[in-house]
Design a protein around this ligand. Structure first.
Ligand code: NAD
Length: 453
């Protein structure tokens, strides 16, 4: 505890020197982060191979490209984001200077998850640096290789007092959370999210909670089922289903169910061959604990496709489940693994009802040719994001705020949204000491005559 206290204290003292205030400092730190990624690509890829069996190309596509893109965008746009933002004035302030001045919050605690350990830990850091904060970085202990490499590399490239890395497990995170921060940015599950918010509340510290949940995916029968299933297969089985925005389950009418199975099978084979176990681009479950958890979720449902597993390698084949009901185990928690249950509903009405009876998800997916139906799903459900006719790609659009609502989280980030999320939007009003006559109406005594104009 004493050691952690010192680390946080050092970050705070560094912040108080004011050296994050000039934009040049922030840009220089962001450029260094960019160099880290380009110089140490192999170390990053190795750590992800060891943690999650990720292929080098998969790492490039799903972790590195986004991270580099976010850094470049922040460097390019920082001056614009950090500039005063003039606002509309009212009659009383017509001659004044009235604007919003974004300012750094102070010391941000970033707690990362293990599924895309580099992206989910360092993309928030990009926002923290851009906004002029100090940040204490706590990578997930579950992706231990990535955490170790982060701990080793970040201090070589960044201001190490300002952006220290703390490794360790749950108890270290809990100890950190006892300390005072100016913002906590947490990525992980909703149960721990509540603990994080509770701990932060003791210091009145605001939080961003990037959580998960069960993201539903409705396939309308008026739809190109082959294309829909290919895109769903991609979104579901990438990183072995361990993606917060992966479609969790499919809802469709009974009449198209067998077509859906056929097309999912075709896509799985097209992407991962008929033996995904030996195929480079198919990953592994993070550890034995999660392997056992995911395997247990299959109980009580029928395997329609896949189902093979190998505990010694934490391997679970891309698996599609049928005969699933609301009572099935697989519908009781976020799957976060390569199982795709298909549940039949009578149509879009029942699908909407099904979605609304549950916690607000991170994403609602809908596949349809019918634009009206898509708009109806948008109007009648709520979720962090809605995607029609594709999966995951909203994460690539930095101008869209990325985050959840309700049980799937609070706050959002990416691009300018990260900057705004980790800044205080300070209201500034500068009046001149002249024109005092104009103010007489608001000073007592409040005679009717004064108000009569
Ligand atoms: P995890 O187990 O790595 O936990 C995340 C962090 O929480 C770790 O740093 C850990 O030290 C800390 N932690 C764990 N238990 C704690 C406790 N009791 N008290 C204090 N801190 C604790 O990650 P996870 O939760 O298994 O991650 C998977 C979840 O994250 C899924 O629900 C997924 O949907 C979600 N997720 C969300 C996003 C997003 O951007 N919304 C991104 C990735 C993952």
């Amino acid at each position: 505890q004493q050691k952690l206290k010192l680390v946080v204290q050092r970050a705070r003292t560094s912040f108080q020197t004011g050296r994050t205030k000039p934009l040049e400092y922030r840009i220089q730190q962001l450029k260094s982060l960019l160099s880290l990624i380009s110089d140490r690509r192999t170390d990053i890829a190795d750590s992800l191979k060891k943690d999650l069996g990720k292929s080098e190309n998969g790492t490039e596509l799903f972790e590195i490209m986004k991270l580099e893109g976010e850094i470049r965008l922040a460097i390019e746009k920082l001056a614009e984001w950090a500039a005063p933002r003039p606002v509309e004035k009212n009659f009383l302030t017509i001659t004044d200077e009235v604007y919003i001045q974004p300012e750094p919050l102070g010391v941000v605690l970033i707690i990362g998850a293990w599924n895309y350990p580099w992206a989910v830990t360092l993309v928030p850091l990009v926002g923290a640096i851009a906004a002029g904060n100090a940040a204490v970085i706590k990578p997930s202990e579950v992706s231990s290789h990535s955490a170790k490499v982060m701990e080793e590399l970040l201090p070589q490239y960044l201001d190490k007092d300002m952006y220290p890395v703390v490794t360790g497990g749950v108890s270290e995170t809990q100890e950190l959370l006892k300390l005072r921060f100016d913002h906590v940015f947490y990525t992980g599950n909703s149960t721990v999210g509540k603990l994080v918010m509770e701990a932060a509340a003791r210091h009145l510290t605001p939080v961003t909670l990037e959580l998960g949940g069960k993201s539903p995916c409705y396939i309308d029968k008026n739809c190109d089922i082959a294309v829909a299933c290919r895109r769903i297969t991609w979104g579901k089985f990438v990183n072995c289903g361990q993606t917060c925005i992966a479609p969790d389950y499919i809802l469709c009418e009974p009449s198209i169910q067998s077509r859906v199975f056929e097309e999912l099978k075709r896509s799985i084979e097209e992407f991962y061959t008929d033996n995904p176990k030996t195929f480079e681009d198919y990953g592994r479950i993070i550890n034995q604990r999660h392997f056992k958890r995911v395997m247990a979720l299959m109980e009580g449902s029928t395997v329609a496709l896949g189902g093979e597993s190998d505990e010694s390698q934490c391997y679970i084949a891309p698996t599609v489940l049928k005969d699933v009901t609301c009572e099935s185990k697989v519908m009781k928690e976020e799957i976060f693994g390569p199982l795709l249950p298909v549940i039949t509903v009578s149509g879009v009405d029942e699908a909407i009802q099904f979605i609304n009876e549950r916690e607000k998800p991170l994403v609602v997916y809908v596949f349809s040719h019918d634009n009206k139906l898509i708009k109806r799903v948008i109007a009648e459900t709520s979720s962090g994001a809605l995607l029609a006719n594709d999966c995951l790609v909203h994460y690539t659009v930095s101008s869209l705020p990325f985050g959840g609502v309700g049980n799937s989280g609070m706050g959002s980030y990416l691009g300018r949204h990260s900057f705004d999320q980790l800044s205080h939007m300070r209201s500034c009003l500068i009046k001149q000491l002249k024109l005092e006559g104009v103010n007489s109406m608001r000073y007592p005594p409040h005679t009717p005559k004064k108000l009569d104009w």
